[in-house]
Design a protein around this ligand. Structure first.
Ligand code: ARG
Length: 561
């Protein structure tokens, strides 16, 4: 709102005083007014007396902006007081009317965002990186939808590649088939770990693995059957997590899907004279800024890059996206730079529609937390632990709550999700389960709790918007919150442009803090009907925005906790 008014005033002045770039700012000292316009640039450029200019601008603004209540000046600074009651009420009314639709934007109208996220590797455990990709990707999908984009969510399963050959070799050499049937993922993970241990002393195992994968690529029926089995079992593990986080996808086309789509791409690279043979392997040179990309191995085996290249071209053709987001850890930065470079060299014009949305690591006491090899912290267990901690708190604070288990699940999930999304994604995150489940501090449960607090104030209360004292809002503690509410759409759009859900997370923390401060400073449930209605209208609007903001992060709000 303020931003819009600022912009309107600036546009108006820019139009009147062409070529002079005036600024409209919010003065630090609130006593000066809500907005301030320094007119020195006019004085300087047009070489006119200050007083003249001040009077002229004052008059122009006064006559053209109804929203200005008072206008004054200190030297060359023109200070404006706005008609805050009106403004405030309009914002609140807009939030209440639009309800969960508040904050929507038309930025992405008629456009499609494709997202490649989660993308776990079958035959390996779902890793922390995959969890981050799932959480960030899902939030970006919701944010894009809120901005009017159509979305297409792809789970690009890592279901192809030499790691799969390793799995086959290990399975054939050491698997106790019965045990694998009983507890597939754990047993398969053990086999995979064993492969790496054994291969340290027997490097020939690596060759066998490559050979096994080659056979898959050549569609050996027995190997393909085993592939199918391992893939299905791995997906079951991932799906447990998707169900808990309420994440879904439009497509599960993984790397294997592109098995028969790579040859044409390789041919195209050859025809365009981009790929050349180097010691039996096929290589694309990418100039001085980047190491060359390996497209085909000496033994003819395909590579991660080749599959990604085939997938990107296929997706562009079939989906015709306006942008595609690859939500993948920072460690693959170079990979995606190379991918973009290759399509550019091939003569395609859409490299700027391709975004690598990178992210950092989870740290525990400053060290990388890992699910791989040895100290397997199974992610599902981590989530369950969060849920149990949430339940403990509920048992302490509200032991008679109905549906305790359901609430605890939502709180536990919120804790893990918010702990991730509140940080800019590129940063590494310190992971401390106990502190992220707390109902106070910068946590997901704190936001849920703030929303519940409002719900309990409003429970069984009437709200009459026609009988409301707007002057209540002409007070900075109130008005600042209303300004925040009016910035919701803006914040979402920025989050969408920068692929940064953290903007929304931070926004929500500020909003909840403002509400809690208001609640500690003022009695909201007062006997004066008009004042009470004004208070209730505001906090109801706050709750709508908190709940909707949480939804955009993939987090459920609660009515009680
Ligand atoms: N499966 C890959 C991994 O775990 C991530 C795939 C990301 N998406 C892509 N199109 N490369 O490292």
């Amino acid at each position: 709102m303020i931003n819009q008014i600022k912009k309107n005033i600036k546009d108006f002045l820019d139009n009147k005083y062409e070529g002079i770039n005036l600024i409209v700012e919010e003065p630090k000292d609130k006593k000066m007014g809500d907005l301030s316009v320094p007119v020195f640039p006019i004085v300087k450029t047009l070489k006119r007396p200050l007083n003249d200019v001040v009077n002229e601008v004052k008059e122009l603004l006064q006559n053209n902006f109804k929203v200005i209540k008072e206008i004054s000046n200190v030297g060359g600074f023109i200070n404006l007081k706005l008609n805050k009651e009106d403004l405030a009420f309009n914002i609140i009314k807009e939030v209440l009317d639009k309800d969960s639709h508040y904050g929507e934007s038309k930025m992405g109208e008629n456009k499609l965002t494709a997202l490649d996220y989660s993308s776990p590797n079958i035959a390996k455990s779902f890793s922390i990186g995959h969890l981050r990709s799932t959480i960030i990707g899902n939030s970006l999908k919701l944010i894009n939808q809120k901005c009017g984009y159509k979305t297409y969510a792809i789970n690009y399963l890592g279901d192809w590649g030499t790691q799969f050959g390793k799995m086959i070799v290990a399975y054939n050499l050491w698997a106790d088939k019965e045990k694998v049937k009983e507890d597939p993922i754990n047993e398969l993970t053990k086999l995979y770990v064993k492969f790496h241990e054994e291969a340290k002393n027997k490097p020939e195992l690596e060759d066998e693995a490559r050979e096994a994968f080659r056979k898959c690529e050549l569609k050996d029926p027995e190997y393909l059957k085993l592939w199918e089995y391992i893939k299905d079992e791995s997906l079951k593990e991932s799906e447990q997590i998707y169900k808990l986080l309420k994440v879904d996808f439009d497509s599960y086309k993984g790397e294997a899907f592109y098995n028969d789509k790579m040859d044409p791409v390789v041919d195209e690279l050859m025809a365009k004279k981009l790929a050349y043979l180097d010691d039996g392997a096929l290589i694309v040179n990418l100039g001085d800024d980047m190491p060359p990309a390996l497209i085909k191995r000496k033994d003819g085996g395909s590579l991660y890059m080749t599959r990604d290249l085939a997938a990107l071209l296929y997706r562009k053709k079939v989906l015709n996206f306006d942008k595609i987001l690859y939500v993948v850890g920072n460690e693959q930065k170079l990979h995606f730079e190379q991918l973009k470079k290759i399509i550019e060299l091939m003569g395609y014009d859409f490299k700027d529609e391709v975004y690598h949305v990178g992210f950092g690591l989870y740290l525990v006491n400053g060290k990388k937390m890992s699910t791989r090899q040895g100290g397997v912290t199974k992610l599902y267990d981590v989530l369950e632990k969060a849920i149990n901690l949430a339940l403990e708190q509920i048992n302490l604070k509200n032991p008679n709550l109905a549906n305790k288990e359901d609430v605890a699940t939502k709180v536990g999930v919120a804790a893990v999700l918010f702990n991730d999304l509140k940080n800019h994604r590129e940063l590494n995150i310190e992971f401390d389960l106990n502190s992220c489940v707390k109902f106070e501090g910068q946590t997901g449960p704190y936001l849920q709790y703030s929303s519940v607090r409002i719900a309990s104030i409003l429970k069984n209360q009437e709200l009459d918007l026609n009988n409301l004292d707007e002057t209540v809002y002409d007070n900075d503690d109130y008005f600042d919150i209303i300004k925040q509410l009016s910035n919701f759409t803006n914040t979402i759009e920025k989050a969408c442009l920068d692929n940064a859900p953290s903007y929304i997370a931070k926004y929500l923390l500020n909003l909840a803090q403002s509400f809690n401060k208001l609640y500690s400073l003022y009695k909201l449930n007062v006997s004066d009907d008009k004042v009470r209605n004004a208070n209730f209208a505001l906090i109801k609007a706050i709750r709508i925005v908190i709940n909707e903001g949480l939804r955009l992060l993939g987090i459920d709000y609660l009515n009680e906790m």
